[in-house]
Every structure is written in structure tokens, then in C-alpha cells.
Design a protein around this ligand. Structure first.
Ligand SMILES: [Zn+2]
Length: 277
């Protein structure tokens, strides 16, 4: 998740060459960082081609440069935005060699804390009329310790529906196997949605080629988005979902209420119960 680049120049010529070419010196997620020179300042910009805001921590290492806001900075890059000004660097002493380098980390979603509404009515992630058991609930012993995550046991190929409106920002669907140990996490097929309130929702363990949406698709609550499976870190066919935000690079999950059949108000789901939509 960390990349690094370095420019050095004795008289600024090499630097200018790169600058004039608008050379994209880094790509991470769909993010480009590049520099331009403007009246003795070097301006560092970012383009974010992702469909959600991106939070970024930027660490500068400056040698004979000054940065207006210091060497450690963090930002929220708006979704689908170009030329977001990160920082301006000024050469301290023009007679000396000057160089800079930086590294950065990024996460999906804004860095600002989202005021998540715990009473929002989520929709169960399967079709109306269907009923599945919640095999692991919040803080579940198997793999949800300390996390607000839900597992519904369901046969491979069950239609998965969106729990809330949002836009699809990432997915993986090429994996075709799983195992009950954490080293299989890298084989998770999933869909990641940037939801209308700024939180993220994940739908995990989907079957191979089980994603029925594209990145950038706007989806509505209840819409079919894919098919459940048993890929990745999974001990049997099930769907794993959670709603979360990255805070300081850490995944913070939220408890959410769901509408269920024969209940007037949305409820928190409990492990071991069957829930009908
Ligand atoms: Zn799970």
C-alpha cells in the first residue's frame, strides 16, 4: 500500500523536464499524483478516478524544500476529481541541491467521521419471500470477534441484493475456491459499495463470476447485484456482509437494523435466528 518516488536536481532542469511532461509518477488504486511548477513553487496534485472519495495520508521527506502545511498531511480526495491540490513545495535555498520524496496510503471513503444513523432501515441481502439463518452475528466467536459483521448461510448461487443505495466502487469475482483459514482471505470474491450516507458495504464470498454489476454502477436498495458462494476465508456456503468506514486506516464496522417480514420496525439481527424478507 506504500509507494515511493524521488526526484533530485542540482539546478532544477531535470525537475522541470518531468514537470512539463506532467509525468504521472505514481498510481495507486485509480489515483495519480503529479507535480507542476508555478512561480518557484512545486505543486503536488492528485487525480482520483475512483467512484468514492479517497482518504489519503501523505508523508513528505524534504531536503532543502519547505511545505506550507508540514511533512505529514491527510486529505479527502473527492470522487472522480482531477487536479486536487495536495501541497506546495518551495525551495529553501536556490543555490543548493534540493530534492523531495514522499509516500502515501489510501483508503476508500472520506477521512471525515461519518455520522452513521443506527436507525436507518437496511434491507436483507436476498430476495423477498426468502428466509435464511444468521449463522454468525455481531461479535461472533468464529471470525467476527469485536466486529459488527453478519453471515447468512445460503446455498451457492443465491441471488444477493443491495442492503442500501450506493455506487459500486470495487469487486473481485475471479476466485473459485475457499478454505476455513485466514490465509484464504486473498481468495474472497466480493462487491464493495460506497453507500449514500458515506459508509461502505461489503458483500463477500460470492461465487466465481458471481458479480452482476460494474464499477461505477449506481444501485438501489433491494436490487440484485450478484450471487452468493463459498470463496475465500469461508467454512461453507454463506454470504458475509458488513457496513463500515476506514478511520485512520482501520476498518470500523457499524451495527445496522434490518427490515424483516412480520416485524413493524427494523431490528438488530441475532445469531441463530432465521430471518425472512
Ligand atoms: Zn463473516
Amino acid at each position: 500500500m506504500v509507494e515511493k518516488s524521488m526526484f533530485g536536481s542540482k539546478i532544477g532542469l531535470l525537475l522541470l523536464f518531468f514537470l512539463s511532461a506532467h509525468f504521472p509518477i505514481l498510481a495507486q488504486k485509480n489515483i495519480k499524483i503529479y507535480t507542476e511548477e508555478d512561480n518557484n513553487l512545486i505543486k503536488l496534485y492528485a487525480d482520483n478516478m475512483e467512484y468514492s472519495p479517497i482518504s489519503m495520508d501523505l508523508v513528505l521527506d524534504l531536503d532543502n524544500f519547505k511545505a506550507a502545511d508540514g511533512e505529514n498531511q491527510s486529505f479527502t480526495l473527492p470522487a472522480r476529481s482531477t487536479k486536487f491540490l495536495l501541497t506546495e513545495l518551495e525551495i529553501s535555498d536556490r543555490r543548493k541541491v534540493s530534492k523531495f520524496s514522499y509516500n502515501f496510503k489510501t483508503w476508500f471513503g472520506p477521512k471525515e467521521l461519518i455520522d452513521e444513523n443506527p436507525d436507518f432501515e437496511y434491507s436483507l441481502p436476498f430476495e423477498s419471500g426468502k428466509s435464511f439463518i444468521l449463522s454468525q452475528g455481531y461479535d461472533g466467536k468464529l471470525s467476527h470477534k469485536g466486529q459488527n459483521e453478519l453471515d447468512f448461510t445460503m446455498p451457492i448461487g443465491t441471488i444477493v441484493t443491495a442492503i442500501r443505495d450506493g455506487v459500486v466502487i470495487d469487486f473481485v469475482e475471479e476466485n473459485d475456491r475457499g478454505c476455513p483459514t485466514e490465509d484464504c482471505k486473498k481468495l474472497n470474491n466480493y462487491i464493495l459499495v460506497y453507500q449514500s450516507d458515506g459508509t461502505l458495504a461489503e458483500y463477500v464470498h460470492l461465487k466465481k463470476d458471481g458479480v452482476d454489476v460494474e464499477i461505477g454502477d449506481e444501485i438501489e436498495q433491494g436490487q440484485a447485484i450478484g450471487f452468493s458462494g463459498n470463496t475465500g476465508y469461508s467454512s461453507g456456503p454463506h454470504l458475509h456482509i458488513s457496513v463500515f468506514q476506514f478511520r485512520e486506516g482501520r476498518k470500523v464496522t457499524f451495527p445496522t437494523k434490518f427490515k424483516v417480514a412480520n416485524e413493524e420496525q427494523a431490528i438488530f439481527l441475532e445469531e441463530g435466528n432465521f430471518y425472512e424478507k
